[in-house]
Ligand binder design. Sequence first.
Ligand code: ADP
Ligand code: MG
Length: 456
Amino acid sequence: MEPNQLWQAVLSEVELQISKPNFVTWLKSSRLLNKQDGVIFVGLPNNFAKEWVENKYNKIILTALRNLDDSAKKIEYIVENKFPSSAKGVKNKKVSVGETGAVDQLSFNELKIDPETNLNPRYTLNSFVVGSSNELAYAAVSGVIKEVGKKYNPLFIYGGVGLGKTHLIQALGNEIKNLYENKIRVKYVSSEKFTNDVIWAMRNKRMEDVKEKYRLTDVLIIDDIQFIGGKEKTEEEFFHTFNALYENNKQIVISSDRSPRFIPTLEERLRSRFEGGMIVDVGYPDYELRMAILKTKLLERGASLPDNVIDLIASKVQKNLRELEGILNKFLFYKQAKNVEISPKLAEEIINEAIQQPTKNINPGQVIKAVADYFEVSPSDLTGRCRKSSIAEPRQIAMFLLRDLLDLSYPYIGEKLGKRDHTTAIYAYNKLSQEIARDQNLSQKILAIKDTIDKK
Ligand code: ADP
Ligand code: MG
């Protein structure tokens, strides 16, 4: 068994379960060192990481590991002194076309996050596959690269989880960095990181440092801006940074999981600034794009899968390209490391197991709240007897989702949502089930709501 591949598969599983910043900080550079008598030895770069991973992620990692390798009993985390902290020498590392080589190269690339720009070189425009759901966003990004700070400013890209926003805006940063040979200073930051910087600065009375840091860039890329909404001091600071940069014709690029109109806590003046620039969305990938991305990722890894398996993955995994990639890794693992022939039945099982997971621990209250948030109404509008026509659609969608996600009984759903008869709930479920297939608009709404539930 190839330890590297086992570990890649474990990581792609874990990546779906913890936040991206945490994953990148603590686990991305981990590696499997050895395996003996059911004990898995995992290397981490320092004590800090060891403690953190042991305390917070051991359980998740162990579960993922056991799913793939049932001989695994426990994990020992080891601080590696010789850890390849810089990517020196790695660049010239000869990568064989063989499958292990490709996996190796991918994990080494992850280590190369540029400390200056925070960009991960793995995200390139070259590796970004364009389809009808992302071509506008792609075009806007290309426009920015050609005329930095002039054409589309700020550029605001929004869309659901795992649809390629981070990939696209990081690729924009990498492209500018390479094209202009570092003459244009780029900085990429998650809004979580930005918030932490502001909090740190307030505590340490070092606000000037933070201001400097961000205002000295030519291209500021902020990922997942929705998390800033409602954090007053951070918003304030971001607003000032934004203005300072904007007035100096610096380029600002922002991503969000929803359009500025739907970030309820966002200050009006920020919202209107965003609306003054270019706003584009990335939608859910159609079947063709999903196929194309799967094939590209396989090429990147120097691997292959039978056509019917690729087809099955593309048909079943519809709304999240990160999930698509996670599942792909899992298949490669089964095929290569475990040396199992993938029957259609096994393929189906692998996929079902992977896509069910995120919705396991949700309760009806969360579903109702997610629907209410999406439509900007209050949950009690949905659960109460209110008969306003504006509530009709949200309530039907809530009914549909309670059935679809939680498999609750119709009488319960009817009672819960406005004390309706069970036939109302049955009607809503049947109606929406049929409409989803025809009505793109409706299916997008429902997928967007499901996304916010999954993220909880
Ligand atoms: P988001 O930031 O919207 O949640 P990401 O950019 O993290 O999504 O994308 C999730 C995964 O899917 C990443 O590994 C990314 O490389 C891949 N991906 C998304 N869109 C594309 C695309 N159009 N072409 C190639 N890979 C993609
Ligand atoms: Mg992202």
